[in-house]
Unconditional design. Structure first.
Lengths: 405, 291
């Protein structure tokens, strides 16, 4: 450390501009300097994104119910994982309580949208309003916990938030008129004006009849895309820099003017709202909410998603969510052909257990070999495939410096 | 708002009777000094003298047990760090405290935090207001990076830079706050001669251009003599000298604190301090040898 290799900036040609106060009015070259890297980076990424989105839009016309359901689980998980990645990946605040906020979203939607019956309470709100209400409820629940979330750091918050799981499970099993108790509640389908997200006949597009899953697929996309886009904006903007610095150097963040507790509380509320949206979407896909689903294992699944996918980015959360939520589905489907995986209840390793073991191994592998997760692997592969492009000039040189091997 | 302090020119710092205790240890014991607006003031002393503790109180990281810190007409003790930052107090850290995974540019943009407004909603939705703000401040941050000489590293993760460059990024981040009071904690520790000279030039130029007051902790006496208008010397949490650099350098108490027992015997001061001085020499020896 004490003997730094002399950086090349001692070169005589690079006399620094000695007047930061003077140039405040603007220099002519600035606009060009700003536009250049953006134009270089944006184009292919935008094209690839648009193509991917079109493929996703076309998929329900070709896929069967199994794949649609798998995809919908993945989309819901992706929204929830983005929320957790804002909190845990970007801010370094561990949360074991994510499943609790998913439950608030799922049950909140059911409660707000259902009509009040003899045994079950409900508000009977229009379902789109109930969906938004579920997100707000989850945010409010996060807000109630945020005085704690703002004051506790990292793993300490993880331990405190564990309490939420137990409180949540207790309420879900025992507040019968609200939650339906052990048996859970039926989920009223979402109804937009002119479009109901259920199996009502009559919606045929390109000669393909669109049932509930196909319609929900589009709903899922309509939720996931803005959710990811917003999270990306937050992470790349002023709040994201503050959150990342709280994670990396808490004292420095505070000294640079970041109100640390307020940001921790704020990101906790935001993450809860993402979980609420994920929970409400999940309820719509399941069509029934059951309490034991929202236990500690769900929270652990979400942590596995962001670790496997890549900490701190929306794209990493999506990648991890697809991996972790598709794995048990695939094992259930193709379990017959795999050794050691038995049908549920037959005594062997069930697909759910097998998938937990598998992505437990995946978490270990990622931590040991892929610090950036699936996303990090992807960008490493891409860097290897396209050697040295213009705008990223300084990075490769520094990489070499970092890894002398 | 509080930002008014940075324009009225009254950005002098007055520290009075500052005392900090950590469970049984008195790290600062009634320290007082005054930093005139627009000057460079150095805080020196052997390791463990309480310089960094003093910085941590000034920036709100530690709470003072007693005493007051007044800056630009307001009281700083008792304020949270981000409120002190909002008054225009910036600092660098002795042990680099950059966010290693973020790019240099993002690290510098964090310095703009107090000057910008975009929140979760406006950044998430990319409202025009947030985008304009971002572009404007990015342009300014690039100027500052050029000024400090780290512009070629803007796109690199801060953690991958060599040590000297990271030190300069820290300074740039502090300057990005457009501070009226800049606290520099050993800005040239571990740098070679050329880097030190360049750092001194940057600090002086920045002070002149931005109308800042600078408080500097430094072990490198050459650097202190070159930069400082006035010097306060601490030893074991107490102020032992205060004055212009040339005067302080010749002060027998300072010589004793830095050179320890040998010098003390030479100047034949009171016996009562001998044990204390012997301890000093061990600590001071390390402290006087920067990097």
């Amino acid at each position: 450390m004490s003997d730094p290799s002399p950086p090349p900036d001692g070169a005589p040609g690079r006399a620094p501009d000695r007047a930061p106060g003077r140039a405040r009015t603007g220099t002519p070259g600035r606009a060009a300097a700003l536009a250049q890297p953006l134009a270089g980076l944006r184009r292919p990424a935008v094209l690839a994104g648009a193509a991917g989105f079109l493929v996703l839009l076309a998929l329900p016309f070709y896929l069967g119910a199994f794949w649609l359901q798998t995809g919908l689980f993945a989309m819901s998980a992706a929204i929830g994982a983005i929320g957790l990645n804002l909190l845990t990946g970007a801010t370094g605040q561990l949360s074991m309580g994510h499943a609790f906020f998913l439950a608030v979203g799922a049950y909140g939607y059911v409660y707000l949208a259902s009509d009040s019956g003899p045994h079950l309470a409900g508000l009977g709100l229009p379902t789109p309003l109930a969906f938004l209400g579920a997100i707000v409820l989850a945010g409010a629940a996060g807000g109630l916990f945020s005085p704690i979330a703002g004051r506790l750091r990292g793993t300490y918050l993880g331990i405190a938030s564990l309490a939420l799981i137990f409180i949540g499970q207790h309420v879900l099993f025992n507040a019968g008129s609200l939650t339906g108790g052990f048996n859970g509640r039926d989920v009223p389908p979402l109804r937009l004006p002119g479009l109901a997200f259920d199996d009502s006949p009559g919606l045929v597009l390109f000669d393909v009849p669109l049932g509930a899953l196909e319609r929900l697929w589009f709903l899922g996309l309509a939720l996931l895309v803005p959710a990811a886009w917003t999270a990306r904006g937050v992470l790349r903007g002023r709040p994201g820099r503050a959150l990342n610095t709280i994670r990396d150097r808490e004292v420095a963040a505070a000294v640079m003017g970041v109100p640390v507790a307020r940001y921790r509380a704020g990101v906790f509320v935001l993450s809860s709202m993402y979980a609420g949206a994920a929970g409400a979407l999940l309820a719509l896909v399941f069509r029934r909410t059951v309490p034991e689903y929202f236990g500690m294992f769900l929270s652990l699944d979400y942590l596995a998603m962001i670790v496997i996918g890549g900490l701190g980015t929306a794209a990493g959360a999506v990648a991890g969510a697809v991996f972790v939520s598709a794995l048990p589905q695939l094992l259930t489907r193709y379990g017959d052909d795999l050794p050691l995986v038995a049908a549920p209840g037959s005594g062997g390793v069930s697909p759910a257990e097998a998938s937990r073991i598998l992505y437990g191994a995946a978490v270990v592998a990622v931590v040991l070999f892929l610090p950036g997760g699936l996303l990090g692997l992807w960008s490493r592969l891409r860097a290897a495939a396209t050697p040295r492009r213009g705008p990223r000039r300084p990075v490769p040189r520094l990489d070499e410096e970092e890894q002398p091997a | 708002m509080n930002g008014a302090n940075s324009v009225d020119g009254a950005n002098g710092l007055t520290v009075t009777g500052l005392t900090v205790r950590f469970a049984g240890l008195t790290a600062l014991d009634g320290v007082s000094f005054t930093v005139a607006p627009g000057t460079v003031h150095a805080l020196i002393g052997p390791n463990g003298a309480g310089k960094s503790t003093c910085f941590n109180v000034l920036s709100g990281v530690y709470r003072a047990a007693a005493g007051s810190v007044r800056f630009g007409g307001g009281e700083l003790t008792g304020l949270a760090p981000h409120r002190i930052a909002a008054l225009g107090v910036a600092r660098t850290f002795q042990n680099i405290a950059l966010s290693g995974r973020q790019t240099v540019e993002d690290n510098l943009m964090l310095g703009r935090h107090r000057l910008t407004r975009a929140g979760f909603a406006s950044a998430g939705l990319r409202l025009p207001r947030a985008r304009r703000e971002d572009a404007r401040h990015r342009a300014r941050v690039r100027e500052i990076a050029r000024f400090v000489g780290v512009d070629e590293h803007l796109g690199a993760p801060a953690g991958t830079l060599p040590y000297g460059a990271q030190k300069r990024v820290e300074l740039a981040r502090a300057l990005a706050m457009e501070p009226s009071l800049l606290l520099l904690d050993e800005p040239v520790a571990g740098m070679d001669g050329g880097e030190r000279r360049r750092m001194a030039e940057v600090v002086l130029a920045a002070r002149a251009d931005l109308d800042m007051t600078v408080l500097l902790v430094e072990h490198d006496m050459g650097m202190v003599m070159r930069l400082a208008d006035r010097v306060t010397v601490l030893d074991f949490g107490r102020r032992i000298a205060d004055g212009p650099p040339g005067e302080v350098q010749r002060d027998p108490a300072v010589v004793r604190a830095y050179l320890g027992g040998a010098a003390a015997r030479g100047t034949a001061e009171s016996d009562a301090h001998d044990a204390h001085d012997a301890h000093d020499s061990a600590e001071g020896g390390k402290g006087g040898e920067p990097g």
